[in-house]
Design a protein around this ligand. Structure first.
Ligand SMILES: *[C@@H]1O[C@H](CO)[C@@H](O)[C@H](O)[C@H]1NC(C)=O
Ligand SMILES: *[C@@H]1O[C@H](CO)[C@@H](O)[C@H](O)[C@H]1NC(C)=O
Ligand SMILES: *[C@@H]1O[C@H](CO)[C@@H](O)[C@H](O)[C@H]1NC(C)=O
Ligand SMILES: *[C@@H]1O[C@H](CO)[C@@H](O)[C@H](O)[C@H]1NC(C)=O
Ligand SMILES: *[C@@H]1O[C@H](CO)[C@@H](O)[C@H](O)[C@H]1NC(C)=O
Ligand SMILES: CC(=O)N[C@H]1CO[C@H](CO)[C@@H](O)[C@@H]1O
Length: 418
């Protein structure tokens, strides 16, 4: 009885996870697309890009000043939320982006990860000591992740992790930052897979214990673990440039465990437009021999259009051939990263084009893995449990959208990344 009950709960638990098509880091057809810098000059609110199942992860960009006025960081999402148009928390330059909370939750309900990207080309970033890095990790944890603060730029929305796109400042102490975030999240010795197993195990064990509690009152004190809300796995990624090792985040990548790296194969001699210098093999070798996490996933980072990078743009079919090559040869390959959402959408849905190609070739190389379909999984991602909340917030969002339509989109992004 005990065993059968636990097993049933375990299966039920997994069923709940699958209803919202949970993110799966182990796949080789994931798509991460940066959002926030309005590179095409027509950026829509975040939820606009979550209406279908094309994109799995949105790193939102950027938190670009670590220590601003009042000791708080500074964030900017161009025409969607910034310190000038939306206002700041008192005594700081930290924008109050509570208007984005519903969008973040709507995207998460559709099974997508929303992470906060730190840095960018014009970032004022860096640390002078491990303790400063740890203090900043606590701040980020409390402002955006599972912690608590009087000021939460996204209100009660809880982001799914952080991305380090460090392209300036000093490279030291980022490992201390990463390790502190992971420690705050309670995942120091876990990865996404072992965390999920442990959570499922804990839930089934707690339920089994509770079930038997009537026969022995002393057991009713067993704590109930909440695995639904803040107690989730928090993902840490980085966006190194392709020249190996990366000048800014390279050391940290060897010292602290990252879940994935979105290597920028553009604006550099080793980019996608330079087939003879393109160096994914070097990054695969790094993953297996030097990375603090030997299971780290390496994504091919690409421009979403010819306008979104100085050089390195290639067509969907050219990128697809890099993808199928990597799926076949490199076990570290995890998918594609695009900079950014607005340019990819403007460029004939480049995101959908590469996602469809990735899914098709992954199904060819890994027929044993449950395949997914970039065009047809939309309905399943919105099905079942996710439906009610998504439908409710859709209505709220439509009202907001018409209100927002009157705000003029900015012509130039202040953080156009070259
Ligand atoms: C932040 O903005 C929301 C609405 O966008 C508002 O309700 C809230 O009062 C603001 N918080 C502060 C501290 O200004
Ligand atoms: C699951 O729980 C059992 C009993 O508490 C424990 O022995 C086992 O190691 C746990 N497995 C995981 C993956 O946490
Ligand atoms: C209840 O738990 C106590 C302490 O663990 C144990 O001594 C007792 O035998 C249990 N009673 C039953 C009915 O299982
Ligand atoms: C987690 O770690 C185990 C080995 O400890 C590995 O087999 C598994 O692939 C890892 N999962 C992820 C998502 O990295
Ligand atoms: C995905 O589904 C659509 C519609 O059912 C179908 O036309 C397409 O061939 C499928 N693609 C893959 C890669 O299975
Ligand atoms: C199947 C089942 O009963 N699951 C429950 C296990 O315990 C957690 C926490 O109390 C509940 O949220 C689940 O519904």
């Amino acid at each position: 009885m005990h065993a059968a009950f636990s097993f049933a709960c375990f299966i039920l638990g997994l069923g709940l996870l699958e209803r919202v098509a949970a993110f799966d880091l182990s796949r080789k057809d994931n798509l991460a697309v940066y959002w926030g810098q309005d590179s095409a000059g027509n950026q829509q609110r975040l939820s606009y890009y979550c209406k279908d199942s094309t994109v799995d992860t949105f790193p939102i960009a950027f938190l670009y000043i670590f220590r601003g006025t009042g000791g708080e960081p500074v964030i900017d999402f161009a025409n969607t939320c910034n310190q000038w148009d939306q206002g700041t928390f008192s005594g700081t330059d930290l924008a109050n982006c509570t208007i984005m909370a519903a969008d973040i939750k709507e995207c998460q309900a559709a099974g997508k990860l929303i992470t906060l990207s730190l840095g960018g080309a014009t970032g004022e970033v860096g640390f002078s000591s491990d303790s400063q890095a740890e203090g900043f990790a606590d701040q980020v944890w409390n402002l955006f992740l599972g912690g608590e603060s009087d000021i939460r730029p996204f209100g009660d929305a809880v982001l799914d992790g952080v991305d380090l796109d460090i392209e300036s400042g000093t490279p030291a102490h980022y490992a201390a930052f990463v390790n502190r975030i992971r420690s705050n999240a309670g995942i120091s010795n876990l990865n996404a897979t072992s965390f999920a197993l442990k959570a499922a195990n804990t839930t089934s064990h707690t339920n089994a214990t509770t079930h038997h509690a009537n026969s022995n009152k002393t057991k009713t004190t067993t704590p109930v673990i909440d695995v639904t809300n803040k107690n989730k796995y928090y993902y840490i990624t980085a966006a190194p440039q392709c020249p190996y090792p990366d000048a800014y985040i390279g050391a940290a990548l060897n010292e602290a465990p990252f879940d994935a790296v979105y290597v920028q194969f553009y604006n550099n001699y080793c980019g996608l437009d330079q087939p003879s210098e393109y160096n994914f093999a070097t990054w695969d070798n790094w993953a297996k021999t030097k990375s603090a996490n030997p299971d780290v996933k390496v994504y091919i980072g690409a421009p979403g259009s010819s306008d979104s990078a100085g050089e390195g743009y290639v067509s969907v079919s050219k990128l697809a051939s890099y993808v199928s090559d990597a799926q076949e040869k490199y076990s570290s390959f995890g998918g594609v990263m695009l900079w950014d959402a607005s340019t990819a959408y403007t460029n004939n849905r480049f995101d959908l084009g590469i996602k469809t190609a990735m899914v098709t070739s992954a199904a060819k190389f890994f027929p044993e893995e449950v395949s997914r379909n970039a065009t047809s999984t939309t309905s399943s991602a919105h099905s079942d449990a996710a439906d009610d909340s998504a439908a409710a917030s859709d209505e709220d969002c439509d009202e907001d959208a018409s209100a927002q339509a009157e705000v003029k989109p900015r012509v130039n992004s202040r953080f156009f990344r070259l």
